[in-house]
Design a protein around this ligand. Structure first.
Ligand SMILES: NC(=O)c1ccc[n+]([C@@H]2O[C@H](COP(=O)([O-])OP(=O)(O)OC[C@H]3O[C@@H](n4cnc5c(N)ncnc54)[C@H](OP(=O)(O)O)[C@@H]3O)[C@@H](O)[C@H]2O)c1
Ligand SMILES: [Fe+2]
Length: 379
């Protein structure tokens, strides 16, 4: 099966499509990050909403890598102050994920994060009832794919958990390449590497299909060819990466993700999501390829799409890309004592992460621990 709920509007200046998309709504709330306000995109979006005759409210300054607390702080404003009939998320994956979670608790206030989040793959969370408030997502980074995905990723304490339900997949995504052009190089790199890992993991899960494969491969090829230029600020490359991010999102919406994401979510206290994935993926690929004929074949297929031959080549390509883009070692992000003291707990939690079930190989907790340590010592 392949599905996509989100209507996708793309192109230079496509932000103006908002004026058409919000027609008929009365109270529109825009949630935005600091940079979207700073670069004038928030006021531009507000103007389009007003043009359509709706009342517009906004909250700017939403944080990166959001937590359950972020959502709890904002929630009363929605219910008591704004009472929106349409939500717009204007920012990176962090803003979109925050808005998705707000939508859940605004529509069904009696729900609690702990009962609906995928905390542990061995116990099923309570299903989220049907939600009603529509959501338009306007990504400003080219990475998370949250503008089409059915997931919201939030930190609880120091690790990340997912809420997953088709109803939080945005109704509309507007992909205007003007927005990601203002990303600093580091954000372009980190979010762009997330696209690569989405592509590679979605292509190699147990539930990949020819339709998710097409999206995953196109995303991977785009990253390989255009990410270095995009990081340097090339405008055309930024646009290509922007669309590739959504394609990878469509791939993992359907094919899900694997062990690298399970591990990065549990290491979320160390650094940005995309960066952690980029550091972990070569180790995860080697682990999978050594244990699964299917994984070897699939990595080989990706390698050949990029003009190489084997899994080994692909791992080298990913490592070289990381190096070229200045991706640090894990040991540069966290000190040895802290990391080693937490590795056991991270491995146990990653083992229990729902995404492990889609990985081509089911690892044991001690194997995940080994992988974390290999990534730390750069072996
Ligand atoms: N839901 C899903 O399916 C899914 C999938 C993968 C990852 N994720 C999640 O998504 C999050 C990462 O999202 P992301 O990689 O898109 O990055 P992000 O965390 O949304 O943004 C990172 C930083 O980039 C800045 N920024 C964003 N767009 C900018 C622009 N156009 N110009 C200037 N600065 C800009 C923001 O700064 P300001 O704060 O100053 O604006 C922000 O602090 C993680 O929490 C991850 O877990 C979700
Ligand atoms: Fe990701």
């Amino acid at each position: 099966m392949f599905w996509l709920k989100t209507k996708i509007i793309e192109g230079e200046g496509s932000l103006r499509a908002l004026s058409k998309e919000v027609k008929g709504y009365e109270r529109v709330l825009i949630l935005a990050s600091k940079s979207m306000k700073r670069h004038g995109f928030l006021s531009e979006a507000e103007d389009y909403v007003r043009e359509a005759g709706a009342e517009v409210f906004s909250i700017a300054g939403l944080p990166a890598e959001p937590s359950v607390e972020t959502v709890e702080e904002l929630l009363p404003k929605l219910g008591e102050e704004f009472q929106p009939d349409l939500l717009i998320a204007l920012g990176g994956g962090s803003v979109i994920d925050t808005t998705k979670a707000l939508k859940v608790f605004y529509d069904v206030p009696e729900l609690r994060f702990e009962e609906i989040a995928f905390i542990d793959r061995f116990s099923k969370p309570k299903p989220v009832p049907r939600l009603k408030t529509p959501l338009i997502a306007i990504p400003s980074t080219s990475g998370a794919g949250s503008e089409v995905s059915a997931a919201s990723v939030l930190k609880k304490g120091e690790v990340k958990y997912n809420i997953v339900t088709p109803d939080i997949a945005p109704d509309v995504a507007i992909l205007d390449p003007r927005l990601p052009r203002t990303m600093p190089a580091e954000v372009a790199r980190n979010s762009g590497l997330d696209v690569l890992v989405h592509g590679i993991e979605a292509y190699t899960t147990k539930v990949a299909s020819p339709f998710s494969d097409a999206m995953a491969l196109q995303a991977i090829k785009t990253v390989y060819k255009w990410l270095p230029l995009s990081v340097r600020g090339d405008e055309d490359a930024r646009a290509k990466m922007h669309y590739a991010a959504t394609m990878a999102g469509i791939a993992f919406l359907n094919a899900r993700l694997g062990l690298a994401h399970a591990m990065s979510h549990k290491a979320a206290w160390i650094g940005p999501h995309g960066l952690l994935n980029a550091i972990l993926i070569p180790y995860v690929m080697k682990f999978n390829a050594e244990r699964s004929e299917y994984a070897r074949r699939r990595y080989g297929e990706i390698a050949r799409e990029l003009g190489f031959q084997t899994t080994k080549d692909l791992i080298e390509v990913v490592k070289e890309l990381n190096e070229m883009l200045g991706v640090p070692q894990l040991s540069e992000l966290v000190d040895e004592e802290t990391f080693v003291s937490r590795v056991e707990e991270m491995a146990e939690k990653a083992y229990r992460d729902g995404l492990v079930a889609f990985n081509p190989v089911e690892p044991k907790p001690e194997e995940i621990r080994e992988l974390y340590l290999k990534a730390f010592y750069g072996e």
